[in-house]
Design a protein around this ligand. Structure first.
Ligand code: 5GP
Ligand code: ZN
Length: 124
């Protein structure tokens, strides 16, 4: 898509701090992080929003979500379980969908953000 900022990142026409790339997906650091770690996972094939996804997108959506815990582990925000079973760490995964959902960039993206609190988070 000609005027899509994330398509331009995929095409390396504008820079981004890329943390993961394969045939279908790209992940990079959010330019305005809402938490100590804030990554965006996007499909390389342009689709504007989760609201435009159909059953045909289920595989790529699954891959996007399945990438989140791997990225979280690589960036030090994975959930850990201590010797007594207590959990620590963690992050959020989020799709903003449409104007009332707070979506500003119309290329499907999964936010993966977290790390030691406090942090402001996203939206309301
Ligand atoms: P949305 O509100 O659409 O769910 O989130 C869009 C996200 O993209 C925002 O968190 C914003 O900071 C991020 N973003 C917008 N433009 C750029 C950019 O050019 N580069 C990067 N790395 N992130 C961007
Ligand atoms: Zn795009």
């Amino acid at each position: 898509m000609d005027n899509c900022i994330f398509c331009k990142i995929i095409a390396k026409q504008i820079p981004a701090s890329v943390v993961y790339e394969d045939d279908e997906l790209l992940a990079f650091k959010d330019i305005n992080p809402a938490a100590p770690v804030h990554l965006l996972v996007i499909p390389k094939q342009h689709v504007a929003s989760l609201s435009d996804c159909t059953d045909a997108h289920a595989p790529v959506l699954g891959k996007m979500l399945a990438l989140a815990p791997k990225l979280a582990a690589e960036h030090g925000i994975a959930v850990k379980t201590g010797p007594d079973g207590e959990r620590s760490g963690g992050y959020k995964t989020l799709f903003n969908v449409g104007p009332d959902g707070g979506q500003e960039v119309y290329h499907l993206h999964l936010h993966v953000y977290g790390g030691p609190r406090p942090w402001r988070g996203l939206g309301t």
